[in-house]
Design a protein around this ligand. Structure first.
Ligand code: IMP
Ligand code: MG
Length: 186
């Protein structure tokens, strides 16, 4: 197997390792603050696969006792209607969501369709509280009226990879978030 240097496909680094660590610490503190005095149990719900690196770092920094789970979802089209077009390939296999304070952990919010629909879906299943935490936010690309509760950093409308984010399943292992060279996908 030929060993390619993934770094060579990156135009520039957008969020470096030190900044990522600072972001994770800040988000963990905010989640801890909001969990104080809550009767319900914190569940960190990672969205596969893009959130795994972020989720692993975030859960280590949160002091509130928690459980973790994962879902695999994607959204079809630009419809704003309910959860009708949410494609669930791995569901949350739990009962009694009424006792749960769910924080969805996502890599990036783009159109907003996925999280908008997922939040509605989980509320519809009766969760006590549903909030969302995204590492990256591209507000310029928004197609639905959706604002995540916790945002790591707002980025411009550029295609990024690394720290869990992929292009065709590649580049997830890069330790930073970088802008992919256009020559890679054009
Ligand atoms: P949306 O908010 O429903 O449009 O979808 C967000 C999903 O699109 C993310 O979870 C990513 O899987 C994918 N995505 C959007 N922008 C990027 C990007 O710049 N790099 C990698 N994946 C992206
Ligand atoms: Mg994703």
């Amino acid at each position: 197997m030929i060993c390619r240097d993934l770094n060579a496909d990156i135009d520039h680094i957008l969020v470096g390792e030190k900044e990522l660590a600072d972001i994770v610490t800040r988000l963990a503190e905010a989640i801890d603050r909001d969990a104080q005095g809550q009767e319900s149990d914190l569940l960190l719900l990672g969205i596969l696969k893009g959130s795994v690196v972020f989720m692993g770092d975030l859960m280590k920094k949160i002091r509130t006792p928690m459980e973790i789970d994962f879902m695999k979802v994607s959204s079809y089209g630009a419809s704003t209607v309910s959860s009708g077009e949410l494609k669930i390939s791995l569901d949350l296999h739990r009962e009694h969501l009424e006792t749960l304070d769910i924080v969805i952990v996502e890599d990036i919010v783009d159109s907003g369709n996925t999280l908008y629909k997922l939040v509605n879906y989980l509320r519809g299943r009766g969760a006590a509280r549903v909030r969302s935490c995204t590492l990256l936010d591209k507000p310029e690309r928004r197609k639905v009226d959706f604002q995540p509760d916790y945002v790591g950093v707002t980025i411009p409308d550029e295609f990024v990879v690394g720290y869990g984010l992929d292009y065709n399943e590649k580049y997830r292992e890069l330790p930073y978030v970088g802008v992919l060279k256009k020559s890679v996908y054009q």
